[in-house]
Design a protein. Structure first.
Lengths: 396, 264
């Protein structure tokens, strides 16, 4: 499984270095954070570095165009953001035009593979589900008409859609039954409360039902021959890899590590500069860089053991180095855990969770307090999600 | 049996339940007309593994006081596969692989003309002993469509309960049905023939018990019965019998790829 960068605000040299140094194998660009002109320059620059370059059309953000205080950044400068009346989405008459406009833009940018637009599905039993399936059903045919680039259909769902598991798994029955499936899926699972800035992600994604449901999506799509690219996946990447993911993407701010549809509306709450973090593969956590030295002085095993560890020895690294370290650690985790054999990988990840729990216990014994984002609760959610996933996937 | 110009054919008579009111009669006539067209359409299915239609075209006939849709099919001598169940020694891997390959190719041929079979089971398949048509599906499934789906107004799914995919047992089965229910029934047919037991109805019992098992009980892995069969083939059959259609195979190509990998 490969790790991609989830592009966002302030990339600086993170993408160039990530591609050149091999921490990432591709980039998913966000037009919210880049104008069409700058995108062309950026693509020209990065093409030399190798790797797959994709663009998430972020079509689901059109729901916020009529919001009282939208926060769409440069998205409105892109031609593909067509906003028909909702009735035209429901009847399906506008769907073809929307997909075509979006794929055309990506074709003109010279992208080798395309991500088709879609709306966001807030609940499994909503009309939005039917609209989203209609988008996906048209995706491959339109891509073929436009020149045949390999295309990912977007499947963007809220955690609430997944949590009602029976309805959601029925949707996947319908999705896998489509006559002309896309080559792959760009899967986003969102929650409503990831903040734009601040110290931590108040994400509701770390719940066993949500993680298991996300894994189930990966499993079902991959066993049916589709490639699965998960956006905003971060520490859940190895779990998605266990379930069959092809790619997982993560970025350098909390809003790029976990997806929230609310980021397209302005956040009135205050924020603070996020702290620099360190991905500890053994702890399966994203600890504060300031804690890393303290932790490893007592429990040396918390270190991921990859080359980037050295950077943290001389105090806090730069934002770029932080991003490179997190991608590198995700690669380490995924390489160790994701062999392609689901049963083996599930067992292997269970062992990882056990080992992480033991390390956390040692840290607690040593008197270290747990941070809101990096703690054992997430391990419990992961552990329970494996059981649930196994049951849903009929593997247990 | 019917002798058509020196060639033996099997005469099929599908009972059509009576209709009383004008509205019922009108609806029944429409359904019969549609079913007649379906028999003809299925006759266009170009699979050598589906019984061919004979010289008697589908039409309504009254025999005694009952109505029947009557048509003829080619007569094929052979052994119905339900006679293989529990036989010692059990069917060879070569035979099971060949049968599953044929069933998948038949499902493909049916989907190409827009049909599902919905009643694939050992009783409907014969071993002809003919080299290039070893296994042939004898029943077009049309009778079940008429009795089960249409004339009972959609409340009861068509087919044979013991071989029904779980999604067919749901009230909204019509909107959830695609060729994956035929893949399921084909795999279950292989499972029953290979293991000698039915995982959901091992003995005669109340239908509710069978329904419960179909919906909730996972069969023992096929490999636990047949250590002599390659694990890859057993896993393939197990996967095709999963409860959720999404967990089976959404493309017949994928099943065929897997079958090629475990070619005897």
């Amino acid at each position: 499984m490969k790790i991609f960068a989830q592009h966002g605000f302030g990339p600086k040299d993170k993408l160039e270095r990530g591609l050149a140094e091999g921490q990432i194998s591709g980039v998913v660009f966000s037009p919210r954070y880049i104008t069409p002109e700058k995108m062309r320059d950026q693509l020209a620059l990065l093409r030399g570095a190798g790797g797959m370059l994709l663009m998430d059309p972020e079509y689901f953000a059109t729901a916020f165009l009529r919001h009282s205080d939208p926060n769409l950044g440069s998205l409105e400068q892109w031609d593909h953001l067509v906003t028909p009346r909702r009735a035209a989405l429901i009847s399906g008459t506008a769907v073809r035009d929307i997909i075509e406009a979006s794929l055309r833009v990506q074709g003109e940018l010279g992208l080798e593979e395309w991500i088709a637009p879609n709306i966001y599905v807030p609940k499994a039993d909503s009309i939005d589900t039917a609209i989203a399936l209609n988008f996906i059903g048209h995706t491959k045919r339109i891509a073929t008409d436009l020149g045949g680039a390999s295309v990912y259909a977007t499947l963007a769902v809220d955690r609430d859609a997944i949590i009602h598991d029976d309805d959601f798994r029925d949707i996947l029955d319908a999705l896998t039954g489509l006559e002309t499936p896309p080559d792959g899926y760009y899967v986003l699972v969102g929650s409503g409360s990831a903040r734009d800035s601040g110290n931590y992600v108040r994400s509701d994604l770390y719940q066993s039902e949500v993680i298991a449901g996300w894994m189930y999506i990966n499993y079902v799509l991959s066993i049916n021959g589709a490639r699965v690219l998960n956006g905003y996946c971060h520490l859940l990447s190895p779990l998605m890899g266990v379930a069959g993911a092809t790619v997982c993407a993560s970025g350098w701010f909390s809003t790029l590590r976990h997806f929230s549809i609310n980021k397209y509306a302005r956040d009135r709450g205050g924020g603070q500069q996020p702290v620099i973090r360190y991905v500890s593969a053994p702890l399966l956590s994203h600890i504060r860089a300031s804690d890393f030295d303290d932790f490893r002085s007592v429990v040396p095993d918390v270190a991921t053991g990859s080359p980037s560890d050295a950077i943290y020895k001389d105090g806090e690294p730069s934002r770029t180095e932080e991003a490179l370290q997190s991608w590198e650690a995700l690669n380490v985790l995924c390489t160790e855990v994701c062999t392609g054999d689901t049963a083996t990988d599930l067992a292997s990840f269970r062992l990882r969770i056990e080992r992480a729990s033991e390390l956390w216990a040692k840290l607690q014994e040593a008197g270290f307090s747990q941070d809101v984002e990096a703690n054992q609760e997430r391990l419990e959610a992961m552990r329970a999600s494996l059981d649930l996933f196994e049951r849903w996937a009929e593997l247990a | 049996m019917w002798n058509a110009r020196g060639k033996r054919e099997a005469l099929k008579a599908v009972f059509i339940p009576p209709a009383v009111s004008d509205e019922e009669i009108l609806r029944r006539d429409q359904l019969v007309a549609r079913a007649t067209r379906e028999v003809i359409a299925l006759g266009q299915c170009e699979s050598p593994y589906l019984v061919r239609l004979g010289t008697v075209a589908a039409a309504m006939h009254t025999i005694g006081s009952n109505d029947y849709l009557v048509y003829s099919e080619e007569f094929l001598p052979g052994e119905p596969l339900n006679e293989w169940i529990g036989r010692q020694p059990p069917p060879s891997y070569e035979a099971l692989h060949a049968l599953f390959t044929i069933l998948i190719s038949l499902i493909r041929a049916l989907t190409q003309v827009g049909y599902l079979h919905r009643d694939i089971k050992p009783d409907n398949i014969i071993d002809t002993g003919i080299e290039d048509r070893r296994f042939v599906m004898l029943d077009l499934g049309i009778a079940y469509k008429m009795h089960g789906t249409e004339l009972t107004q959609g409340g009861t799914p068509p087919g044979t309960l013991r071989y029904m995919a779980p999604e067919l047992l749901r009230p909204d089965y019509k909107s959830n049905m695609d060729f994956r229910c035929d893949i399921y029934a084909s795999a279950l047919t292989i499972y029953v023939l290979a293991s000698g037991t039915h995982p959901f109805a091992p003995q005669p019992e109340h239908a509710y018990a069978t329904v419960y098992r179909i919906m909730n009980i996972r069969p023992q892995p096929l490999a636990s019965y047949r250590g002599d069969i390659p694990a890859g083939f057993c896993s393939l059959i197990d996967r095709c019998m999963r409860k959720k259609p999404a967990l089976r195979f959404a493309q017949l190509d994928l099943v065929e790829d897997e079958l090629r990998k475990v070619q005897p």
